[in-house]
Design a protein around this ligand. Structure first.
Ligand code: ZN
Length: 307
């Protein structure tokens, strides 16, 4: 299957070194590289006199001390979270204790049915559901300090509580795990939801071509042509979904059989993520009445063409 996707797997950085990405915006990469985190989680410092830290990253004392060293004599006043996955959020309590900063994250209305489903699945392994922000942010709500203002853009899909942040007047978007240049984001049900993800991609396009010059992602390098990338991701998911729908039409019923067909030769390390991606697409087809299954959609369910 071919489509318009291209990935940027280059990344110019050194662990422990705060790199200036734009005036008043610096990036530190945490030392938690892996198949899902690429080189590690990107932590951003926004502001000069008073600083907002976007995504403190894992609970790693070394990373925390580099954040504090980069802040220097400036005060860290806000800790801002894109979403409650541990590779972004686990460092919050210790950084808050050190700095006295207020924490800011999604606090809007969630989907209750989905929240209940998330409660009893292994998604908890990477979801930090106990996090309650000091400042709960709704869609379009801003927080600010001297010389900076960040507006929360609710972008569920990868995670129900995912926020991107628009840096006012800078043409920059902190895109978290919603849009990254090194790879497509993981949409793993029940926490991840394909229909939300697609709508959240359209939401970024609705800012209008050129509104954001750069996306600063949660992992990997900055996106220099973000609109092209977002359009490519939309196209990629639509094509993949069409291919999965074809599998169902051909009579492949299980997530495993469909995954084997679609992701032929995939690395074992990411096989379970691929199965969840297939399930996410099946859910999306199910929501639109194109596919059916007997009970709730799951990895062990059998899927059929809706009659
Ligand atoms: Zn994540």
């Amino acid at each position: 299957m071919t489509d318009a996707l291209s990935f940027d797997r280059s990344m110019d950085f050194d662990y422990g070194v705060a790199a200036e990405m734009a005036p008043g915006v610096r990036r530190l990469v945490a030392r938690n590289p892996g198949p899902m985190t690429f080189k590690g989680t990107n932590t951003y410092l926004v502001g000069r006199r008073e600083i907002a830290v976007i995504d403190p990253g894992p609970d790693d004392p070394v990373h925390r001390s580099t954040i504090l060293a980069a802040a220097g004599t400036s005060r860290i006043t806000h800790i801002v979270l894109t979403h409650t996955h541990r590779d972004h959020s686990a460092g919050i309590p210790a950084l808050k204790a050190e700095t006295g900063a207020v924490t800011c994250g999604f606090g809007g209305e969630g989907d209750e049915r989905r929240a209940a489903a998330i409660e009893h699945v292994e998604a908890k392994a990477f979801l930090q559901s106990s996090f309650v922000p000091d400042i709960p942010l709704a869609d379009n709500q801003s927080i600010s300090g001297p010389g900076w203002s960040l507006k929360a853009i609710h972008t569920p899909g990868h995670a129900p509580d995912h926020l991107c942040f628009d840096l006012a007047g800078a043409g920059l978007l902190f895109s978290g795990d919603h849009v990254m240049g090194w790879n497509t984001t993981v949409i793993a049900p029940p926490e991840g939801r394909m229909s939300d993800y697609m709508v959240s991609l359209e939401k970024l396009l609705a800012f209008g071509e050129g509104h954001h010059r750069l996306y600063l992602a949660g992992h990997g390098e900055t996106l220099q042509q973000p609109y092209r990338q977002v359009r490519a991701y939309l196209l990629h998911r639509r094509m993949r979904e069409a291919a999965i729908f074809d599998c169902v039409k051909e009579g492949l019923e299980s997530v495993t059989a469909i995954t084997d067909r679609i992701y032929r030769g995939i690395a074992p390390a990411i096989l379970s993520a691929a199965k969840l991606a297939v399930l996410a697409h099946l859910e999306h087809l199910l929501e639109r009445g194109l596919v059916s299954c007997d009970g709730l959609p799951s990895l062990h369910q059998r899927f059929h063409l809706a009659s």
